[in-house]
Design a protein around this ligand. Structure first.
Ligand code: NDP
Length: 321
């Protein structure tokens, strides 16, 4: 049995692992069966992570965090957690391959998942012109006309990035002003390839094999129009990934995991949460990293206070049940 298992490989998970490993807790970190590193693996330049004067590419930052966690003894498994049993002194973590790992403490840092528009053809056209990842798919839209939906930093970042490939990028926003930071807005406004369509909602996605256009509805007067294009990038935020702990951990009204004050303590002793999964507001790489630090320190204090006979059940060696 482990002292600690960390679930999630974004900035929160890796930072928690760095701290836990340096505290000699020999953490096991469950990344993901698809790709370790979380959402930053899909971004380009990260300009606001302190310490990188000229910015750093998202994947480069995450690989460095992974290497740093491993350097201090974190073991990383690339698989999905399919079941969590969190009550009691011993927590059980079941993976997609059927392995069950046990630990005295768990840090839950699963981040958030891209929000969907909820349109009939959205899933069907995913990968056929509908995308949630400009860095993954932008290349396919060279000299094309495309659109980005959303009014936050993600939408501005995606739209600006996509002008490297596309001839024309519409930004479709349901209001008449943006939520994005001023720097990101100004950059998008100054880009001659970007045109803003205000007060518009996407109501239809057209196309059989590939996207050929979208139907828009004006949110002020209900007027409908059709826009011909070949790509639709959806950048309307993300929701915390909490499905694994429904019925076990308390959630807030915003859907994030409820923690005690500024700590990472959830309603179950020995279970801690960090990063986007507890944060409906800031959701930055650096705040997630800070949150991972808090969780590792909270877990360390929790473990140190456990009775000796309980603690003795965990060793610092990797072990599968
Ligand atoms: P946000 O929640 O900030 O913005 C989501 C946007 O999508 C809003 O404009 C919202 O509209 C719109 N929206 C939400 N749901 C729908 C819907 N169903 N239909 C149409 N539009 C919808 O998410 P982001 O992903 O942009 O950003 C998340 C966090 O990550 C933020 O804190 C942001 O600052 C940060 N971030 C920072 C970056 C950077 O600094 N480089 C880059 C990317 C993100 P409305 O405004 O009407 O609510």
């Amino acid at each position: 049995m482990r002292q600690i298992i960390i679930i999630g490989s974004g900035p929160a998970g890796y930072t928690a692992a760095i701290y836990a490993a340096r505290a000699n807790l020999a953490p096991l970190l469950i990344a993901s069966s698809v790709e370790a590193g979380g959402e930053l693996m899909k971004t380009t330049e990260v300009e606001n992570y302190p310490g990188f004067v000229d910015g750093i590419q998202g994947p480069e930052l995450m690989l460095a965090m992974q290497a740093q966690a491993e350097r201090f003894g974190t073991e990383i498994i690339l698989d999905d957690v399919v079941k969590l049993e969190l009550e009691g002194d011993v927590k059980r973590v079941t993976l997609g391959n059927g392995d069950v790992h046990e630990a005295l403490a768990v840090i839950f840092a699963t981040g958030s998942a891209y929000r969907k528009l909820g349109l009939k053809d959205e899933e069907r056209m995913s990968g056929h012109g509908v995308s949630w990842c400009a860095t993954c798919d932008g290349f396919f839209f060279r000299q094309k006309t495309i659109a980005v939906v959303g009014g936050g930093d993600s939408a501005m970042e995606e739209a600006t990035f996509l002008t490297k490939f596309a001839d024309k990028v519409y930004v479709i926003h349901r209001k008449d002003s943006l939520r994005a930071s001023k720097t990101m807005q100004d950059r998008a406004f100054a880009n001659p390839k970007i045109e803003f369509l205000w007060n518009q909602e996407v109501a239809h996605i057209y196309g059989d094999e590939l996207v050929t256009g979208i139907g828009l509805v004006d949110t002020t007067d209900g007027t409908e129009r059709t826009l011909d294009l070949s790509g639709l990038f959806i950048a309307i935020g993300a929701d915390p990934r909490t499905h694994l702990v429904h019925g076990q951990l308390d959630l807030t009204d915003e859907g994030t995991i409820a923690v005690d004050g500024r700590s990472s303590r959830t309603n179950i002793p020995g279970v801690f949460a960090a990063g986007d999964v507890i944060d409906p507001t800031y959701r930055q790489a650096v705040t997630a990293a800070g949150s991972g630090t808090v969780a590792a320190l909270d877990a360390e204090h929790y473990l140190a206070a456990l009775p000796h006979d309980v603690l003795a059940r965990a060793d610092s060696q990797p072990a599968t049940v």
